[in-house]
Design a protein around this ligand. Structure first.
Ligand code: ZN
Length: 611
């Protein structure tokens, strides 16, 4: 069950007092209480929110009696496939025994600490700076707290699989707690182990909430945003459609309750993070106002993740190794094909119309074909290289493709290949359902691309080695029209001359803008612009607030003036003339003479169903 708790009502005076006090004596009292409570073997965390203005939290960990020597590990990565070394935010670590005597804390590496003489139980305290906003971060400020717990909670290395309890103390008055974790009687929350604990985001603040039931499950919707920036009824109405369509598509509902957590900030950044029983999504308020359907798209993607990646899970991600990169070749499927499934869910629920779906599809093809790296980096390699995504040079179109982009397209063509091979008796839907039955429901994990191939071959009763060798492990050009012909569509490529400034600006996570890509041999390169330079102004307009997609407004022959801070730290103004370049644009159109058979297949395809 998910609990939203109003501070001061659900907690008794005794517990509040214990939570607020931080003296050695009270720690001992709490420790003794713990020793006699039913959850005595649990690792217990208390997170104090006493300093929102300074973005400081204090964490207290109570480890029950056990081995004399204990080790505590803070994950180096979480949420994003990027090593972010959360230990950089830990100010200090202290430990004492159950009698309140100090114990020595020895740092073993940048993210691991060792405590000796801990056999009678130990109390560990540390302070952390948490000011990283968004669904992939941990943040405390005067407005709210949003926490991905893996970024702030060290785990006992010898008890990661044991029960855990977390409590929040010094919560500012009027703030409430929302989390998919199970609530316990004293106002805390419990989890069966560390992995489940940290797969549960926590929002603490003055959010709005709504709830509904659909297909036998209970859903809570938590929104932390300006009241004028969203319409709760509209969000609820879309969520009803998304969850109903997804559950019917999978013919499965592996949960009784689920939580949607939304933030609609005015600044940059956003995205969605999947969890087994919840999702946290941030979308810029202006984007939401302009295209409310994009919220449905992100939501359908994150919701489908509760199957694909959370339960239908590649073996290479299990068990999670929090100490280093976890390499997997399967993100093209776990992320990309999740987007394909999200398309099907939106099509089935009426949230996405056929024409818009085809436009989106053509635009995805445009993106893939427009990146030279589609001929050199496979979908599997792109999955492995996810850990390089934070690096600017990696994002160059000559270096990398996106496993989201190619993976979503692979999901589309795999769907069509399975339909073809099975004479329309199976589709991508059956591939997912097969993997759900044969892996997720059996508590097993699949062998990356081999596991997907196994499922696709099982439901189509055919050999699909060619597909996986050429397009998943390989970098063969995808013969789009061979696939689309069966549903009466063809891909048309048109070329245009477009103005080309010679570089692509990209927005960094802190809101600043830098040179993301540079055309080799361009006037911009000759003017001494380089990838990674900070872009401060374009034609006199600061890039700080408005995004600089306005490069599209330039014409060939115009002079562009760009103020940058270069790699030596110097502010310089560069000028050059805008040139032209040929750009291909792809479009999906109906075949001229569509047969009745193609029409029937198209209709089934757009419902995500076999015939
Ligand atoms: Zn995803």
């Amino acid at each position: 069950m998910i609990v939203t708790m109003r501070r001061g009502i659900a907690t008794t005076g005794r517990v509040r007092r214990i939570l607020r006090e931080r003296s050695a004596a009270v720690s001992t009292v709490l420790f003794l209480c713990l020793a006699f409570s039913p959850s005595y073997a649990a690792t217990s965390y208390t997170i104090s929110l006493a300093n929102p203005d300074q973005h400081l939290i204090e964490v207290q960990i109570l480890l029950p009696e056990g081995a004399a020597q204990r080790e505590l590990q803070l994950p180096v990565w979480n949420a994003l496939y990027q090593v972010r070394d959360f230990a950089q935010y830990v100010d200090w670590v202290r430990a004492k025994d159950s009698a309140g005597h100090s114990l020595s804390v020895r740092e073993l590496d940048k993210s691991r600490w060792q405590i000796a003489n801990a056999q009678g139980g130990v109390v560990i305290d540390y302070q952390m700076f948490v000011d990283s906003p968004g669904p992939f971060g941990a943040e405390l400020n005067s407005h709210h707290a949003f926490l991905n717990l893996a970024q702030i909670l060290m785990y006992p290395v010898d008890a990661r699989n044991r029960p855990m309890v977390v409590r929040f103390s010094q919560v500012p008055s009027g703030w409430q707690v929302a989390t998919p974790l199970t609530s316990i009687s004293d106002g805390g929350f419990s989890a069966e182990n560390y992995d489940r604990l940290v797969d549960s985001p926590v929002e603490i603040g003055m959010f709005k909430e709504s709830d509904f039931d659909e297909a036998g499950a209970h859903y809570r919707v938590i929104v932390d945003a300006e009241p004028g920036d969203y319409d709760m009824n509209q969000i609820d109405a879309r969520l009803h459609k998304i969850v109903a369509a997804a559950i019917s598509w999978m013919n499965d509902r592996p949960f009784d309750s689920y939580m949607f957590l939304y933030h609609f900030p005015h600044g940059p950044g956003g995205g969605g993070m999947e969890h087994a029983y919840s999702t946290a999504i941030a979308m810029n308020a202006d984007v939401l106002a302009k295209s409310p359907e994009s919220l449905a798209s992100v939501t359908a993607h994150e919701f489908f993740h509760l199957w694909n990646v959370k339960r239908i899970r590649p073996q290479t991600l299990e068990p999670v190794d929090y100490t280093k990169e976890n390499y997997t070749r399967a993100l093209w499927f776990s992320e990309g094909c999740t987007s394909t499934a999200a398309d099907m869910i939106q099509l089935r629920s009426g949230l996405l119309e056929e024409r818009r779906f085809e436009l989106q599809l053509a635009s995805e093809i445009n993106e893939l074909e427009g990146r030279h790296a589609h001929l050199t980096q496979s979908a599997e390699e792109s999955s492995l290289d996810a850990w390089l995504e934070g690096r600017t040079s990696y994002q160059r179109p000559e270096r990398s493709i996106s496993y989201y982009n190619k993976g979503e397209l692979l999901g589309i063509v795999l769907d069509l290949a399975v339909r073809d091979a099975s004479h329309d008796r199976a589709s991508l839907r059956e591939v997912f359902q097969w993997m759900n039955q044969n892996y997720a429901k059996q508590g097993k994990f699949f062998a990356d691309s081999e596991g997907v191939r196994e499922a696709a071959e099982a439901v189509s009763h055919s050999d699909l080695k060619w597909f996986f060798e050429q397009y998943v492990a390989g970098t063969e050009e995808i013969p789009w029209n061979d696939f689309f012909h069966s549903v009466g569509l063809r891909l048309i490529r048109q070329t245009y001359k477009v103005a080309d400034a010679g570089f692509v600006p990209s927005r960094n996570s802190d809101g600043s803008v830098s040179v993301g890509a540079l055309t080799a041999g361009s006037a911009a390169e000759r003017a001494d612009l380089r990838v990674g330079d900070s872009v401060l102004e374009i034609n006199g307009n600061a890039t700080k607030r408005e995004f600089v997609g306005d490069l599209a407004g330039l014409h060939a022959g115009d002079t562009i003036t760009v103020k940058i801070r270069n790699r030596s730290g110097a502010e310089v103004e560069l000028k050059w003339k805008v040139r032209t370049r040929e750009e291909s644009v792809y479009e999906l159109k109906d075949l001229e003479n569509i047969t009745a058979e193609q029409r029937t297949r198209r209709a089934a395809w757009l419902k995500g169903e076999a015939e």
